[in-house]
Design a protein around this ligand. Structure first.
Ligand SMILES: *[C@@H]1O[C@H](CO)[C@@H](O)[C@H](O)[C@H]1NC(C)=O
Length: 340
């Protein structure tokens, strides 16, 4: 054998011993480290560290609690809910094409809600000409209470449309778009013949078509299905704060006639040409109504030069009062949006 051959053989036979040595060293290190860090002195060091950390955490919690308390105080008042969004100059509004609305500073019922956009008469989409009509409600979609809380878990799910106009105006919108399968729809429209409940007789099941090369899966354009029609009840009366000539006291109707409670899902849309003022002022002072109504959509009518084209000159309250009313209702726990 050559000198190098001997050395190689020695290396091969020595290598397992080297491995054992390395393993023993590592094990010793682990054991030593374990013993050292669980001895009295190191525990003391841990305690010192913990105390400092805990103190810092306590301070942080205290300042969080103070912040939360300040926020509670602010958000329990009208001021917190007023002027709650970033003010966007009207001239720069075109810059906000993808704007879906900033959240308000204060939450309502623990959930974010859109900031009030008084400057655009609460109709940003219309003011920016995203839509030619006010009947586009996409700006409300991210803020629906029904998409934050599962209202479908409630046994009774009621939609009240006060000032329903045509079937397609809002009853259809809420039936299709609102994330709740309403078991009752109560539609109030005083103008006779304006609101027509769609004709029953459309069957969703028989309208189904097998897969085909046209990718169309129904035989005819769907109509309003029977089950939906059956749930709609129409009232040809005025919605009011007091019972009267062809007018019903809506508060009494909700509490005594429908017997709605906080356990039910209740969504209310209101567009009643100024009659909303006394009703909402009453609800402001009625904590029971704030519990019963889960979400409220209201067109509040006011007098402002920018709304004269819409014949709003007849109304007496100012736009500032309207904004304050919405903010006040939010402070009382009403999840309220300007409609449309
Ligand atoms: C409407 O009904 C409510 C609830 O019953 C009642 O408290 C209120 O006084 C009524 N409104 C008027 C103007 O009488």
């Amino acid at each position: 054998m050559t000198y190098f051959g001997d050395l190689q053989a020695a290396g091969r036979s020595a290598s397992p011993r080297v491995y054992y040595f390395v393993i023993v060293c590592l094990l010793s290190y682990i054991i030593l480290d374990f013993v050292l860090h669980h001895s009295g002195t190191s525990q003391c060091a841990d305690l010192v560290f913990d105390a400092a950390k805990a103190k810092a955490e306590r301070a942080e919690r205290r300042s969080d609690a103070i912040d939360a308390m300040k926020e509670d105080l602010i958000c329990g008042s009208v001021i917190g809910h007023l002027n709650s969004g970033p003010k966007l100059p009207v001239a720069k509004a075109w810059n906000q094409m993808k704007w879906i609305g900033a959240p308000a500073r204060c939450k309502v019922k623990g959930h974010l809600i859109e900031s009030l956009d008084e400057m655009n008469n609460f109709r940003r989409g219309f003011a920016l000409k995203f839509v030619g009509d006010v009947e586009d409600k996409t700006m409300i979609l991210p803020w629906l209470y029904g998409s934050k809380v599962d209202l479908n878990k409630r046994a009774r799910r009621v939609y009240l449309d006060l000032g329903a106009n045509d079937f397609h105006t809002s009853v259809q919108w809420f039936s299709r778009m609102y994330p709740c399968d309403f078991t009752e729809v109560h539609a109030f429209e005083v103008t006779p013949g304006l609101f027509r409940i769609p004709k029953p007789g459309f069957n969703e099941d028989t309208n189904w078509s097998p897969e085909n090369p046209h990718s169309i899966r129904v035989k005819q354009q769907p109509q309003v299905p029977d089950w939906m029609v059956d749930r709609i009840k129409l009232y040809n009366t005025y919605v009011s704060d007091a019972d009267g000539d062809n007018a019903i006291n809506i508060t009494k109707f909700i509490k005594q006639e429908l017997k709605l409670t906080a356990d039910d899902a209740v969504v209310v849309k209101m567009d009643i040409e100024g009659a909303e003022w006394p009703i909402l002022q009453r609800w402001l002072l009625d904590p029971e109504m704030a519990e019963i109504i889960d979400e409220l959509f209201v067109e509040i009518h006011y007098r402002h030069n920018t709304m004269l084209d819409f014949h709003w000159g007849q109304f007496s309250h100012s736009r500032e009062e309207a904004t304050r009313l919405i903010a006040s209702l939010r402070a009382k726990g009403y999840f309220i949006h300007a409609w449309p």
